[in-house]
Design a protein around this ligand. Structure first.
Ligand code: FES
Length: 136
């Protein structure tokens, strides 16, 4: 059912785990099958310097979670926002028709991690502005 590449990644997924104090965290859930990918991104000067993931689900979802941690590495936030589910599918060598949704779950995890990063950046900016206003 799965190709050789998916099975290899599934048996030895890369970058499993979490990043404490991550710049952005995104959790994506497939409402139908309940598959989950939680992506942690460390971002420094707008570049992804580290990425880890945790996943619950089928081999396809685990494989997609693993490849996105590699696809986002050393890329800018703008670049990772443009990664498509097709690129994720390609990176795992394709998925059976009924498992293609794993690549979308992974894609959404990236979006949500970016959203979380942007929210945190905004909060930081606001607190900096507040401090500057108090000084003046
Ligand atoms: S079990 Fe539905 S995509 Fe994994």
């Amino acid at each position: 059912m799965y190709n050789k590449k998916v099975m290899e990644i599934f048996q030895d997924p890369q970058n499993v785990g979490e990043i404490k104090g991550a710049s952005g965290i995104g959790t994506s859930v497939d409402e139908q099958c309940g598959d989950i990918i939680k992506l942690y991104l460390q971002i420094y000067k707008n570049i992804v310097t580290d990425a880890k993931f945790k996943a619950f689900g089928c081999a396809g979802t685990i494989a997609c979670g693993s490849v996105i941690t590699e696809l986002v590495l050393n890329k800018t936030v703008e670049e990772i926002s443009k990664i498509t589910s097709d690129e994720i599918l390609k990176a795992v060598g394709g998925l059976p028709k009924q498992k293609v949704f794993s690549s979308i779950v992974a894609r959404v995890a990236i979006d949500k991690a970016i959203l979380d990063y942007n929210k945190k950046q905004l909060k930081l900016l606001k607190s900096k502005n507040k401090k500057n206003t108090k000084k003046n």
